[in-house]
Design a binder for this molecule. Structure first.
Ligand code: HEM
Length: 283
């Protein structure tokens, strides 16, 4: 199963041109969905107006060089290593889901366009990576679905309750699960089941790529821009109008807020972020 390019086997019943057309259609649906999403929510307009507003309350100018270094930090931290997640389990699950999805999608495209029929032997690494990508996506996704997402872990709701906001994760899970089941039944020669799982795989991946307007899919494009902007507001001092993170033992801070030494003494303990003091699961 792990060595088989399932798409080249499929070319016996579905023409590679149809498969390639499907992939192109999915790319267009993602682009269209993302653009419509931006227009509908006016998120790009909000983003640029908000950035302009932040510039007005900036305490210093951030140079182009500094912006380039911020972009590198965003790439290394928020994008490549899911650095925004403070919770280690959420971060690991997101890394599995994100890299699993990327590996799965990229190898799908390479196999469908580069090795569409058994006439061109597929390098073994491609189907191996395709299966590993689908497995990573499934493991990270099911871990998130059953144990990590806020509805279940913090609000005590049952794992099988879902709403529209769950469309993204559920279609990711269905896509990876049916892809693996399709490949398994195809390489085991269980024809009837293989056709059923192929149909379910196509339905779930079409749902995933065609529902960008209503799902959280586009966050993978928006989050890096938001993370960049957030870092710029910290660098230029505008801080989204949030107060600075004061060191309560600093005499300058104590002079500015004289009630600190009055109530907490000259050397107050560092209390940490209230929100991180205990997990939110009071149900
Ligand atoms: C292939 C790319 C990606 C995949 C498959 C993916 C997958 C996911 C999933 C399944 C969730 C949980 C959604 C939910 O609450 O239902 C999520 C949330 C999140 N992702 Fe991604 N992600 C990707 C790329 C990115 C990138 C590039 C960033 C940041 C630069 C990012 C940052 C986040 C953040 C901060 C959350 C939490 C959002 C929230 O709780 O509202 N993701 N992602």
């Amino acid at each position: 199963m792990f060595m088989n390019n399932p798409f080249s086997e499929l070319s016996a019943s579905i023409s590679p041109t149809v498969m390639q057309g499907y992939v192109i259609l999915m790319v267009l649906l993602v682009i269209g969905g993302t653009v419509l999403d931006m227009m509908h929510k006016k998120s790009a307009q909000y983003f640029f107006e908000n950035a302009k507003k932040a510039k007005k309350s900036a305490k210093r100018t951030v140079s182009t060089g500094e912006k380039a270094s911020i972009a590198v930090k965003v790439l290394a931290n928020e994008v490549l290593t899911s650095g925004e997640f403070c919770n280690t389990r959420r971060r690991l699950s997101h890394l599995l889901t994100m890299y699993g999805f990327i590996i799965f999608v990229v190898t799908t495209a390479i196999m469908i366009f580069g090795y569409p029929t058994p006439a061109t032997a597929t390098p073994a690494i491609l189907p191996q990576l395709w299966h590993i990508g689908a497995l990573m996506l499934a493991v990270g996704g099911y871990w998130f679905w059953f144990f990590i997402r806020v509805d279940v872990s913090a609000e005590g709701l049952s794992w099988y309750r879902f709403e529209r906001a769950d469309l993204f994760i559920l279609s990711l899970l269905a896509t990876s699960t049916f892809a693996l089941l399709w490949s398994f039944t195809q390489s085991s020669g269980i024809a009837g089941w293989s056709t059923l799982f192929l149909a379910l795989f196509i339905i779930s991946s079409t749902t995933l790529f065609a529902s960008v307007l209503w799902s959280k899919f586009a966050h993978m494009f928006f989050k890096p821009a938001a993370a960049f902007q957030k870092r710029v507001t910290r660098a230029d001092g505008s801080r989204e109008n949030l107060p600075a993170e004061y060191d309560l033992t600093d005499p300058a801070v104590q002079a500015r807020f004289p009630d600190i030494p009055e109530y907490m003494g000259k050397k107050p303990d560092y209390m940490g972020h209230g929100i991180r003091r205990e997990p939110a699961n009071h149900y």
